[in-house]
Design a protein around this ligand. Structure first.
Ligand code: SF4
Length: 395
C-alpha cells in the first residue's frame, strides 16, 4: 500500500477593500506573505449595488464602498478579510464591528483579521498576522520592505501623472497608461513583476511631451478626508478633471503619506509632530478631532503659505472631523486670501453639478491669477513674501 502523499498547501484566499491605488502595495504584501488575494474590481457604481441595501443610510460613504468590496471578495471565494481599524472620536472606530455584523447577517462565513492602523508596529498587529497565517517576524519584515518599496513607486507614478496631465496636450495618454497598468497589475503576481509594471508605466508617462507653458498652469491643493481624496471613483475623478483643465494638483493625504507618518516616522523616538499638525495650531489647540480633520486645517495653511492658486476641500457627507475642519476656512481665507472650495460627496452626488462647480472654481482662480490679485493680507515671518505674494499695485 502506497503512503499518502502530502497535499500541496492551498494558500488561504484573502480579500481587502480598495482605497485609491493602495490595492497595488497591499497585493504585494499579501502575496509576499504567501497568501492568495481576491482583489475586488476597481470601484464603480456596481460596487454599491448590494452594500447600499445593507449599510445604515447615514453611515459614511467610504464604509459603503468598503462593504461593497468585501461582499465581492466573499462572493468570489475569500475565506479571510484583512482590514484596519483605529481608535478615535469618529465613526471609523466602529467600522470593523459593523462590517462583521452586516456580513454575518448576510450569511457569509469568514475570519476577520484586524490591524491597528494607529500603531502599525504594535504587538497586536504581529500577533494577528502570526495567528492567522503562521508567518514569522522575519518573513513579515521582509514583506513589509517590499510593500513599502511598491507603495513609494506607485506614489511617484501618481505624482508624475498629476504633473503631466496639465502639461501635455494629449489628454487621453496618461489615462490610457494608467488603465493599462491597472489591468496588468490585476493579472501579475509578486513584488518583482508588479513593480516592473509600475516603473514601466512611470517611464511612459515621463516620456510624454509637455506642450503647455508654465504660466498657463494653475496650482491647486486638495485637502480633506483620506478615503475620498485618494479614491478616484468616490471623488468623481477630480485629479483627472482638474488636470485636463490645466491644473497641477497636489494631494497631501494618501496611502504613502500615511505610511510615512505611521510606519517610518513612528520608528523615530525623537519624532516631532508633523508639519500640518504644527500649522493647524494657528487655529486650533487640539491634537485630534478624528479622521484627518487636524491635517486638513494644517494642510490648508501650508498650501496658502506656499502660494497655491486655490484649495479644494473634499469630504464624504456627514464626516464629522471634516465638518469641524471646515469651520476654520473663513479665517484661513481672510488671512491668506487663497480661495477654498468645499465639495461634499456621497452616492447621490450628481456629476454635472460637481463638474460645473469645478469649472467655475478654476475659471475664478485663473481670472485672479491673470489679474494678479493680491492674495497676501499679512506678513508671515520665515516665509518668502515673493514666493506667494501677488502684486496688489497691478490689480
Ligand atoms: S473620517 Fe469621516 S468618513 Fe472617515 S470614518 Fe470618520 S466620520 Fe466617517
Amino acid at each position: 500500500m502506497t503512503e499518502p502523499q502530502p497535499q500541496p498547501h492551498a494558500s488561504p484566499l484573502v480579500t481587502f477593500p480598495h482605497m485609491g491605488t493602495s490595492y497595488i502595495p497591499i497585493k504585494v504584501l499579501l502575496e509576499s506573505l504567501g497568501l492568495t488575494c481576491i482583489v475586488p474590481p476597481i470601484n464603480t457604481p456596481r460596487t454599491l449595488e448590494k452594500s447600499l441595501i445593507q449599510a445604515p443610510e447615514f453611515m459614511c460613504y467610504p464604509f459603503k464602498l468598503i462593504l461593497g468590496n468585501l461582499i465581492y471578495g466573499l462572493e468570489n471565494g475569500a475565506q479571510t478579510i484583512i482590514f484596519g481599524g483605529s481608535q478615535g472620536p469618529c465613526r471609523q472606530e466602529y467600522y470593523n464591528d459593523v462590517l462583521q455584523s452586516i456580513l454575518k447577517d448576510m450569511g457569509y462565513t469568514f475570519s476577520y483579521v484586524t490591524l491597528n492602523l494607529s500603531q502599525l508596529w504594535s504587538r497586536h498587529n504581529y500577533t494577528a498576522v502570526r495567528q492567522a497565517w503562521g508567518v514569522h517576524l522575519g518573513h513579515i519584515l521582509k514583506s513589509l520592505a517590499l510593500t513599502v518599496d511598491t507603495l513609494f513607486s506607485v506614489d511617484s507614478l501618481s505624482l508624475s501623472a498629476r504633473r503631466k496631465r496639465c502639461r501635455t496636450s494629449n489628454k487621453t495618454a496618461v489615462e490610457t497608461i494608467l488603465h493599462t497598468l491597472t489591468d496588468h497589475v490585476m493579472q501579475a503576481h509578486g513584488h518583482a513583476a508588479i513593480t516592473h509594471l509600475v516603473r514601466q508605466a512611470h517611464r511612459h508617462i515621463r516620456a510624454l511631451p509637455e506642450e503647455k507653458s508654465p504660466e498657463d498652469i494653475l496650482r491647486v491643493a486638495i485637502v480633506g478626508e483620506i478615503f475620498v481624496t485618494s479614491d478616484a471613483f468616490s471623488n468623481l475623478d477630480i485629479e483627472r478633471k482638474l488636470g485636463h483643465m490645466g491644473v497641477d494638483v497636489t494631494t497631501y493625504m494618501g496611502p504613502a503619506s500615511w505610511v510615512r507618518e505611521h510606519l517610518i516616522k513612528a520608528l523615530n523616538p525623537f519624532q516631532k509632530t508633523g508639519k500640518a499638525q504644527e500649522l493647524s495650531r494657528e487655529y486650533w489647540n487640539v491634537d485630534d478631532i478624528g479622521g484627518h480633520g487636524v491635517q486638513t486645517v494644517g494642510n490648508s495653511v501650508l498650501s496658502s503659505r506656499r502660494g497655491y492658486d486655490g484649495i479644494i476641500h473634499l469630504y464624504p457627507l456627514t464626516c464629522m472631523p471634516e465638518i469641524a475642519a471646515q469651520s476654520a476656512f473663513s479665517a484661513i481665507q481672510n488671512r491668506y486670501g487663497v480661495p477654498i472650495m468645499t465639495l461634499v460627496v456621497d452616492e447621490m452626488t450628481g456629476e454635472a453639478g460637481y463638474n460645473t462647480r469645478l469649472e467655475a472654481f478654476v475659471d475664478m482662480i485663473r481670472m485672479r491669477k491673470s489679474r494678479n490679485v493680491n492674495i497676501l493680507n499679512v506678513d508671515i515671518p520665515g516665509y518668502k513674501r515673493k514666493q506667494w505674494a501677488r502684486n496688489s499695485q497691478k490689480s
